[in-house]
Design a protein around this ligand. Structure first.
Ligand code: PLP
Length: 256
């Protein structure tokens, strides 16, 4: 069902297209969107969101040359990626889902980028674990652009202070900002807000845009788009993004 307030979805590959064809289609859409606004397409990274997808599809994407992937749960990523990373050492793995502090150790060991830094206690835990392991993923701060009560992320007005706390209190370098706009709203204003917050903070990375709107996100300044279903087809299991997210520091125990 389409809503009048939503932008038209980017051109989709045929339903029966294989992963390599889908990849080429999505990359073509990204390149065209970048050119349309005078940007270098090389400045936009395609994060292939492989959560819940069968490993054969991930392998097909790897064989087609895709190297940047996103997963939203630490446990799921830990079950499937160490083997794939051993085979394809230049893979760049992004965590795009909520991170509980009791999963920080695994996340720091496995991921190359963590896009969902969203509270000071997590920043503190990441800094400590980075010292312990002598490795720290690149970090993005998640922004709750829609100020939705149930959603993780820093409120837009609090972003400058949170970035300062990450840097000054925890010694963390933040590479950019990430947002998931409210599902029912026109994403353009959220994309504009996120790009503006990043620009004002002097941050290079802007992660925004999913299967339904990544072309718009690129036109509005995304340096990373997170695309799942347009690349891999519909997810077979229920979407795991419905899993409980840590809103309060006390609510962290449950992730599987
Ligand atoms: C699942 C997910 C995506 C990809 O969504 P699609 O609509 O399948 O492209 C992007 N970002 C986040 C944070 C996600 O959880």
């Amino acid at each position: 069902m389409t809503r009048a307030s939503k932008p038209p979805a980017p051109p989709a590959p045929p339903a029966d297209a294989d992963v390599a064809t889908r990849l080429a289609t999505v990359r073509g859409v990204i390149d065209a969107a970048a050119h349309a606004v005078g940007r270098d397409p090389a400045g936009v990274s395609l994060v292939a969101v492989s959560k819940v997808q069968p490993v054969e599809k991930i392998r097909a994407a790897l064989e087609a040359g895709q190297r940047v992937f996103g997963e939203n749960r630490v446990q799921e990523a830990k079950a499937k990626w160490p083997e794939l990373k051993a085979r394809y050492p230049d893979v760049e793995l992004h965590l795009i889902g909520p991170l509980q502090t009791n999963k920080v150790k695994d996340a720091v060991a496995l991921f190359d980028v963590i896009q969902t830094v969203d509270r000071e206690r997590l920043a503190e835990a990441l800094a400590a674990e980075g010292k312990r392991q002598g490795r720290l993923p690149r970090l993005l701060v998640e922004v709750n652009t829609g100020e939705e009560a149930q959603k993780a992320g820093i409120a837009p007005a609090d972003v400058p202070a949170f970035l300062a706390a990450c840097r000054d209190s925890h010694g963390l370098e933040i590479a950019g900002l990430m947002a998931i706009p409210p599902a029912e709203e026109e994403p353009a204003m959220h994309f504009a807000l996120l790009a503006d917050l990043a620009r004002k903070a002097g941050l290079a990375e802007v992660s925004m845009g999913m299967s339904g709107d990544y072309d718009l996100a690129v036109r509005m300044g995304a340096t990373q788009v997170r695309v799942g279903t347009a690349l891999f087809g519909e997810r077979l299991k229920p979407a795991t993004e419905a899993a409980p997210e840590p809103i309060h520091e006390g609510a962290e125990a449950g992730e599987g």
